[in-house]
Design a protein. Structure first.
Length: 314
């Protein structure tokens, strides 16, 4: 499930994609083109109709030929950065998610190890990765504590500690505030182009590292956002900032129609988590409790991220 980041070449950091109008001013005439000159009235006539030996007829009559048009060579392909990624594990931390968070914590090293070695399908290993665990609940029910952020880290042990610190509680009744959380993550500040230092609270510049957000949830989502910076916004607003900031989205979520729509965002993928006869909460718990299956899933996820960790220099 590889994605080619060359499909997204917006020039603005932290906003929606730029659009280039299809129209434009007519091209000016090529420099050096002049009107054809008329024969000089006083010039002697050539009664034979033949040009004098050694003379160029075109030169005698004045050069009326326009300069040859030479096609410009095609632009060289832009250099790509491979094997570099910033990864956010965005996790529903409402009350029912404790077993899922614990399963992620126990198995996260499988993901990191697989990420770092690539795979047999020519996925480049991601040697330069940063990751963080971020939790969300219900912004309308849980107040300021609805969103728990962390800095980017480079060690699996530190990432495990972040996961262990996420407390599954609150959330009230469904739905939860995933759209609000995606909006906050997508619009997170980024380091400037050419920066020689890294800020663990920011994305790296968009062509320096692929940006990946991996969601785990067992609940539905609120379709109208309530955070101040996006109050009243909805799915399209989230889609705009995800695409504008070149986010690669991976969802592990129930078989709800709203996640089908969310997965239609460019470069997104959705793993439907469901088992016959089980509620969404029971299904995700079973999905992550099957250690062999979940470890395989994390390996596959790492392979997908590895293939996606290719960005076009801008």
């Amino acid at each position: 499930m590889a994605f080619d980041e060359s499909d997204r070449e917006g020039d603005s950091e932290g906003g929606t994609p730029d659009y280039v109008p299809s129209g434009g001013s007519p091209a000016p005439a090529s420099e050096g083109e002049t009107e054809a000159t008329s024969p000089t009235p006083d010039a002697p006539a050539d009664v034979t109709g033949a040009a004098p030996a050694g003379d160029d007829p075109a030169a005698a009559a004045g050069d009326q030929t326009a300069p040859a048009v030479v096609d410009a060579p095609p632009p060289a392909p832009r250099a790509k950065t491979k094997g570099v990624a910033d990864i956010v594990f965005l996790i529903d931390i409402s009350g029912s998610m404790a077993p899922v968070i614990d399963a992620l914590r126990r198995n996260i090293e499988v993901f990191i190890d697989s990420l770092s070695v690539g795979d047999a399908n020519n996925a480049s290993p991601v040697k330069d990765w940063r990751a963080k665990a971020v939790g969300y609940r219900d912004a309308e029910h849980d107040g300021p504590g609805w969103f728990e952020d962390n800095p980017f880290v480079r060690e699996a042990a530190t990432l495990k500690a972040q996961l262990a610190a996420l407390q599954a509680q609150g959330g009230g009744d469904e739905p939860e505030s995933l759209l609000d959380a995606l909006y906050k993550i997508s619009t997170m500040s980024a380091s400037p182009k050419g920066s020689q230092t890294e800020d663990p609270t920011m994305w790296r510049y968009r062509s320096d590292a692929a940006r990946v957000v991996i969601v785990f949830t067992d609940a539905s989502l609120r379709e109208t956002m309530s955070i101040p910076e996006a109050k009243g916004g909805g799915m399209q607003d989230v889609a705009n900032v995800i695409m504008g900031n070149r986010i690669i989205l991976s969802l592990f979520a129930p078989n709800f129609e709203v996640y089908d729509r969310l997965s239609q965002i460019d470069k997104s993928e959705w793993e439907v988590v469901e088992y016959e006869g089980l509620s969404p909460q029971q299904a995700l718990e079973r999905f992550t409790a099957d250690q062999a299956n979940f470890r395989t899933t994390l390996k596959q996820l790492a392979a997908s991220v590895s293939k996606s960790a290719e960005t076009v220099a801008l």
